[in-house]
Design a protein around this ligand. Structure first.
Ligand SMILES: C[S@@+](CC[C@H](N)C(=O)[O-])C[C@H]1O[C@@H](n2cnc3c(N)ncnc32)[C@H](O)[C@@H]1O
Ligand code: SF4
Length: 451
């Protein structure tokens, strides 16, 4: 492993480096994109094509201290009932503009906690969605499930509505860590929920687990990973815990002196990684593992892995529509984001308007740079031939872009006549190397003005 000062200089321990689930990243969206753009982009979707749909539920019954997601705690059902009505109104609006014959290759419900919806709300929402666009044959319907916030009635409703992939939040099983991060959830409960999901014939189980948590040590993460492996998840997201108390005030409940050092974070990741590899999982991108039979592992092998707002995906639809407060949609023309505040979102939709608030229209080299970044995040490799085939660019321009990034990272990257490659030893630097291609990021080390 490369020594620490070099990694530090290159930005490895800088928590502000984006995860590049989009390019440009959401902070660089502007207010120049509104309802008219969104409506036009929807109308431009080809008839009979497949798209992805994301539905956001920004509520939780519990507010875990570690969580950096924008979500609202509620013990009352009233705001949830009102929100479901607004989602249905947004779906009705979408239906009036969506071209004929469009079906869903992917439907994902995320949050917050979508499973705080009641069984009847789950059925009602799913039915409404499928009248707008049915799930395509081989389509996937996945839902984020908090094991603490689900019961048999809700699991029955999800299964009856066609959910075929469940994603459970685990984080870590260690009791001291759970107490410190404000999320208590026993192994027995998680195991029981996993079994109840499988008993309903739901073929695929994903789990989220974190490294870099307070009090986490090698033996503790090894124990958590081994417990998780007994549940035999098909896919695992092993996210680095982002400790950003200046943005996420709840994290101030977590004492800073319990956090592992940057060097310890690296070794926590490595410990967990080795356990997944020993157990036969394939490593996917920077932070996922999947059984070789899983669609994501197959996509990674075939070079068709993609990156979207939910992280890695094997979905290749060019359009992803995000519904709900703060959701982001992606079109071949650009990005459109719904207004974040639930009140403003509700007001717009109830007035019969799409709640588009900001976004970005692709211009200049956006799509070329986006593809380079996506390819690095997914495959650790960018092929010159692919760029020249798919984009309106020249060999000289591609050369200039790759060389400039190469100069910043020196022998940490390999440039050949065919490709720009991140070798195994530099994989921890992938997000920083991707940032070298980000023309909007002013903080990156690369002197992009010269490119
Ligand atoms: C929207 S949340 C999860 C869904 C569900 N509400 C639950 O708690 O199980 C999605 C995932 O984001 C990840 N996450 C949340 N806060 C994070 C943070 N500060 N750093 C890294 N990952 C985080 C967690 O792994 C979490 O499971
Ligand atoms: S981890 Fe899940 S349940 Fe906890 S606050 Fe975040 S979204 Fe809500």
């Amino acid at each position: 492993m490369t020594h620490r000062p070099q990694l530090t200089r290159l930005g490895l321990f800088d928590a502000r480096v984006p995860r590049y689930t989009s390019y440009p990243t959401a902070p660089h969206f502007g207010t120049g994109i509104g309802e008219a753009d969104f409506t036009g982009w929807i109308q431009d979707i080809p008839e009979n094509s497949q798209i992805s749909l994301y539905l956001h539920v920004p509520f939780c019954r519990r507010l875990c201290w570690f969580c950096a997601c924008r979500t609202q705690g509620t013990t009352s059902d009233d705001p949830v009932i009102a929100y479901v009505q607004t989602l249905k109104a947004e779906l009705a609006l979408l239906k009036t503009h969506l071209p004929r014959g469009v079906s869903l290759s992917r439907l994902h419900w995320g949050g917050g906690t979508p499973t705080l919806l009641s069984a009847s709300q789950i059925r009602d929402l799913a039915e409404t969605i499928f009248t707008v666009a049915p799930l395509a044959r081989n389509g996937e319907f996945s839902v984020e499930i908090d094991p603490n916030e689900v019961d048999d009635a809700r699991l029955d409703a999800l299964a009856a509505s066609g959910m075929n992939r469940a994603s459970i939040g685990v984080q870590d099983f260690d009791p001291l860590i759970q107490k410190t991060i404000g999320r208590e959830q026993s192994y027995a409960l998680t195991q029981d929920v996993a079994e109840r999901i499988r008993a309903r014939g739901i073929g695929s189980l994903n789990a989220d687990i974190l490294y870099g948590l307070p009090h986490q040590t090698g033996p503790r993460i090894a124990d958590s990973v081994q417990k998780l492996l007994t549940l035999s998840p098909d896919r695992v997201a092993l996210y680095g815990y982002a400790h950003v108390p200046w943005m996420s005030r709840r994290q101030q409940m977590i004492p800073s002196d319990t956090m592992p050092t940057p060097q310890e974070r690296l070794s926590l990741f490595e410990t967990a990684r080795q356990l997944f590899l020993w157990d036969g999982y394939d490593e996917i991108g920077i932070d996922h593992f999947a059984k070789p039979t899983d669609g994501m592992a197959k996509a990674a092998k075939a070079g068709t892995l993609r990156r979207n707002f939910q992280g890695y995906t094997d979905d290749t639809s060019p359009v992803l529509i995000g519904l709900g407060a703060s959701s982001i949609s992606r079109f071949p023309q650009g990005f459109a984001q719904n207004v974040s505040a639930t009140a403003a979102y509700t007001k717009a939709v109830r007035a019969g308007r799409f709640p588009t608030h900001r976004g970005h229209r692709f211009a200049d080299e956006d799509t070329l740079r986006a593809r380079i970044i996506e390819a690095l995040m997914c495959d650790f490799r960018v092929s010159r031939a692919e760029l020249l085939r798919d984009f309106d660019t020249t060999p000289d321009r591609v050369e200039a872009l790759l060389r400039a990034a190469g100069e910043t990272f020196g022998d940490m990257v390999t440039i050949t006549p065919e490709a720009f490659i991140i070798p195994e030893r530099a994989k921890p630097l992938t997000r920083m190397i991707a940032r070298a291609f980000d023309a909007y990021d002013q903080t990156k080390a690369l002197h992009s003005a010269a490119v």
